[in-house]
Design a protein around this ligand. Structure first.
Ligand SMILES: [Zn+2]
Length: 375
């Protein structure tokens, strides 16, 4: 029973499936929720439930009485090929890169593994939904589906160019009976009010830490309880983030961040601290990997600084890096609130520098030096 694989938000899933059962599924559905909350996973499940050729018998032994999908028929299996969105997206980008220059400009990005199910990701480099993508939706949506019962369109982002949003509105004003549009967003407020009013909004809320922990216990048997607790807290209620969490790189980045913070805090042995710092920043200097590593480091820094602030304000229950609580407590005692504040500001500088593509390690060095100065 594949819908039973969906983790969390059972009421929302139930309502959507009930509308399917009654043949009253809305033409446009806004699925809202944090990154990793399961918006895309759920939209693809619904696309399969609409089009499965071997629907499990409702009322059967392992059925809960609502529409589901088999996961094996030709519609289900082709739609499932879109599940790994990152890989399909990368393939589409690469295919476009290999086109002649004149064609490249006119080619918009799509992911399509079934002829009647179209996924519309934000188009790089701006990472916005562009008007030509919506035009392609308009060109196809009024044709009856060929191999499915329902045409399905999934917009994976709500960052629409203005003209694109206006074109989408035209479709929503006169949608065909046999098509469903999913708009995925972290913030429905980003969509035009006129788009929102023509759609039904469903929210995927954050899951409880314990719920994520117990799911991790099933799928990550190699992790101990402390590791599961850490990942569950860092994922902020988003199951997708927990399931794809790269614990090893996080712990590596965190040990670097801790070295930098500690050496900045105990200025006494500054010679030694400097050598340590130099070693850390040196390892971030180059390579394609460097960028991802440094993004990781910056995120890790924030989570540590926030934890220190939680401890300072007496909200220890909010600390996420629970496995190093002792170390964090020591830091929260030696750093005052203003220091943490300035460190967070310095980190903001590093982030802005990264966006402007300044030499990575240069802005990190500057951050390290700034940390030392404020202490
Ligand atoms: Zn099927």
């Amino acid at each position: 029973m594949p819908f039973s694989d969906f983790v969390g938000n059972p009421e929302t899933v139930h309502r959507l499936r009930e509308m399917l059962a009654r043949n009253r599924f809305p033409h446009a559905v806004i699925l809202s929720g944090a990154r990793g909350s399961g918006k895309y996973t759920l939209a693809l499940m619904l696309a399969r439930a609409m089009n499965c050729l071997e629907q499990p018998i409702r009322g059967g032994a392992d059925s809960d009485g609502l529409p589901d999908f088999c996961g094996r028929c030709s519609n289900c299996s082709r739609i499932a090929q879109s599940e790994d969105l990152d890989s399909r997206f990368a393939e589409a980008v690469e295919a476009r890169e290999n086109l002649r220059d004149t064609d490249k400009k006119e080619t918009r990005l799509f992911v399509q593994t079934h002829p009647d199910v179209l996924i519309i990701p934000p188009d790089p480099p701006q990472l916005m939904i562009k008007v030509d993508q919506v035009r392609h939706v308009i060109e196809t949506i009024y044709y009856r589906p060929g191999e499915a019962r329902e045409r399905v369109y999934i917009f994976t982002s709500s960052a629409f160019m203005k003209e694109a949003a206006n074109s989408l509105l035209k479709v929503l004003e006169e949608p065909p009976d046999f098509a469903s549009i999913f708009l995925l967003t972290e913030n429905p407020g980003e969509l035009l009010p006129t788009i929102r009013s023509r759609s039904m909004i469903f929210n995927l809320g954050a899951l409880a830490v314990t719920e994520i922990e117990s799911r991790l216990a099933e799928v990550r048997p190699g992790w101990n309880a402390r590791q599961r607790a850490l990942v569950a807290r860092l994922s902020e209620g988003a199951i997708g983030r927990a399931l794809s969490f790269d614990l090893e790189s996080y712990v590596a980045a965190r040990s670097h961040a801790l070295i930098m913070l500690k050496s900045a805090l105990d200025g006494k042995d500054s010679n030694n601290a400097h050598t340590e710092l130099f070693k850390v920043t040196e390892s971030y200097r180059s390579g394609a990997e460097g960028r991802a590593k440094i993004d990781n480091l910056v995120r890790t820094f924030y989570s540590l600084l926030e934890d220190v602030m939680f401890l300072q304000s007496g909200a220890a229950q909010l600390v996420r890096n629970t496995d190093i609580l002792g170390e964090l407590k020591k830091m929260s005692e030696s750093a005052d609130f203003a220091w943490v504040q300035r460190a967070a500001e310095g980190l903001g500088e590093v982030e802005r520098g990264l966006r402007r593509n300044l030499l990575r390690s240069l802005s990190l060095d500057a951050f390290a030096t700034a940390l030392e100065r404020v202490s």
